[in-house]
Write a protein of this length. Structure first.
Length: 289
């Protein structure tokens, strides 16, 4: 059964993402929540990203996963070493400049990253996310971060987010995995709840934000995800997916297992301000109306 209670720390509401993530679900939470199943056992989120939906839902039992090693390492460190993490991110923030940023970014090219401890890697990851352009995390084909320095007066150190997220992760049954999304849901069974938030199908060819991991997520991968959703539904799993509202969606999810719900979310990751605003998205479910 899901626990929908809200934690409070020092008068502040609860857990929010400690990093900004392309395709993050903060702007879609109200719509997502309206389609949650009323009851479920374990929650699975195989493309966890910043975790906005997890931290809104606050399930008592969950399995989260992402292919991005640096992201998942940061989640693990938030759970295990929050105060040391805050201290190291704060050190980065105190030293912030374009030159400093570019030097820290270089650590995945000159061998320094492989010598860092888990908490040092997580602090680097969060600092680059906060100081980089538009809060992007983007890597090249070699897995090296290539986001330019962002325009900001100071780096936001997410102290409350790290502490609140730590409290949630440390006091609940939360399994943290890193790898293929298919493996992350292998144990999902009757009345479990799986939420898939994959890299979205691009609305146009220039909007393909699929390089947050070294491997892209093209049409074949979208079809494989759809097939997995059907397999899970046939096992009695309650499946919810989100994606962009493009004509291809109605073809991909024409199977009778699926219900397509059309919603709008405000998106801000665009270098041209006049292209920011509400965009069409879909929430797809295999259960209830």
């Amino acid at each position: 059964m899901m626990g929908m209670k809200r934690m409070e720390t020092e008068g502040q509401t609860t857990a929010v993402p400690f990093v900004k993530w392309v395709g993050g679900k903060r702007q879609l939470l109200t719509e997502l929540a309206s389609y949650y199943p009323k009851k479920f056992n374990r929650y699975f989120e195989p493309f966890i990203g910043g975790g906005a939906n997890l931290l809104n839902l606050l399930p008592k039992k969950a399995t989260i996963n992402d292919f991005n090693e640096e992201l998942i390492n940061a989640w693990q460190v938030v759970r295990e070493q929050p105060e040391k993490l805050i201290s190291l991110v704060s050190e980065h923030a105190d030293n912030d400049s374009k030159e400093y940023y570019l030097d820290i970014r270089l650590a995945d090219r000159d061998g320094r990253l492989s010598k860092m401890s888990a908490v040092e890697r997580a602090a680097r990851f969060i600092y680059l996310n906060k100081a980089g352009f538009n809060g992007l995390w983007r890597v090249n084909s070699k897995g090296q971060n290539n986001v330019p320095y962002g325009a900001h007066k100071k780096v936001n150190v997410p102290v409350n987010a790290i502490r609140n997220d730590h409290h949630y992760l440390a006091t609940h049954d939360i399994e943290i995995l890193q790898g293929d999304y298919r493996n992350a849901v292998a144990s999902a069974g009757q009345d479990d709840f799986v939420y898939f938030d994959p890299p979205y199908i691009p609305v146009n060819q220039t909007a393909a934000f699929t390089s947050y991991t070294k491997d892209g997520f093209g049409l074949v991968q979208q079809e494989e995800l759809r097939d997995l959703a059907i397999q899970l539904a046939d096992r009695g799993v309650k499946v919810m997916l989100s994606n962009s509202d493009v004509p291809l969606i109605e073809q991909l999810y024409a199977d009778q297992h699926f219900r397509i719900h059309y919603v709008q979310a405000r998106r801000s990751v665009n270098s041209k301000g006049n292209k920011r605003g509400k965009v069409g998205e879909v929430i797809i479910t295999t259960y209830g109306d």
